[in-house]
Design a protein around this ligand. Structure first.
Ligand SMILES: N[C@H](CCC[C@H](N)C(=O)O)C(=O)O
Length: 273
């Protein structure tokens, strides 16, 4: 089977984007894993699979696989890349439009060389994060000390830890420990945020199913929403991740989150499967 794909990234978070709307057969789990494999395949943090639209007005739907094969409910950086892919394919109008994400429809518009998405509402409900009710406080012991975290969902689960210095945060070790915490029904993405000022944070994210990535769009949305709720930032906020900068706005009254950020086409290809 020959599989056409686009290799893309959003602030360094990289994707294989492939159109499954014409596929005669679905790929097996091992074939999907091969696409993500940086040695035996193309290599990416996530697969963005293009599907037929589900809701009125949407031009397409997408589903998300982490590189470990797990299914995800949202991918902010990937959604920007899908929007750019759809515009170049002539599926999405120049002015933007609607995409069906696994977490519901998201509105897209193109602003200068970037994509702006209305990502829907953030949820602070622990149930939406898959966190077992009644197992508060939101703390974990790691390396002999108590670490507090906060929870939010953008359609996928996020735990956020505020640190004084992002460069020395134990991202991989503490991120893995929190992901393995049995109180999360389906693991979580673990963000580490350093507040620079009320409109600027630094963020690193140890992603579910991918490890630390250069950027996490839904993680940036969750981080700003949680920090705004705690009075640690306002809106909009510049979020500096290792791979680049995202601009996040959170409407305090509605909980609506919007994100603006870059996208990049790296190469097109055909993979023999
Ligand atoms: N690892 C995430 C999916 C990708 C999110 C991230 N790449 C983004 O840009 O939002 C999860 O399992 O929920």
């Amino acid at each position: 089977m020959k599989l056409r794909f686009s290799k893309m990234h959003g602030a360094g978070n990289d994707f294989v984007v492939t159109d499954t709307r014409e596929w005669e057969q679905r790929l097996s789990e091992s074939q999907l894993a091969q696409l993500c494999d940086r040695h035996r395949g193309i290599g990416c943090d996530q697969l963005m699979l293009i599907e037929p639209p589900r809701s009125a007005g949407a031009v397409l739907a997408y589903s998300i696989r982490n590189r470990d094969g797990s299914v995800a409910g949202q991918c902010g950086n990937g959604a920007r890349c899908v929007a750019a892919w759809a515009r170049r394919a002539g599926i999405l109008p120049e002015r933007g439009g609607l995409l069906d994400s696994p977490a519901g429809p998201i509105e897209v518009r193109f602003v200068e060389q970037q994509v702006e998405l209305r990502m829907g509402r953030v949820s602070f409900d622990h149930q939406d994060v898959g966190f077992v009710a009644g197992s508060e406080p939101l703390e974990i012991v790691f390396a002999g000390q108590w670490w507090s975290f906060a929870l939010a969902s953008m359609g996928n689960p996020h735990a956020l830890i505020e640190v004084d210095e992002i460069s020395t945060a134990p991202v991989a070790e503490l991120g893995a420990a929190l992901q393995a915490d049995a109180r999360f029904a389906d693991s979580c993405n673990v963000g580490f945020a350093e507040v620079v000022n009320m409109q600027h944070i630094k963020l690193r994210v140890f992603e579910r199913g991918a490890g630390e990535t250069l950027a996490c769009g839904s993680g940036a949305c969750a981080a700003v929403a949680l920090l705004q709720r705690a009075g640690r930032c306002t809106s909009p906020v510049a979020v500096d991740l290792p791979g680049g900068r995202l601009r996040i706005e959170v409407d305090r009254t509605t909980g609506e989150v919007s994100m603006r950020g870059p996208y990049c086409f790296v190469f097109e290809g055909v993979m023999e499967l």
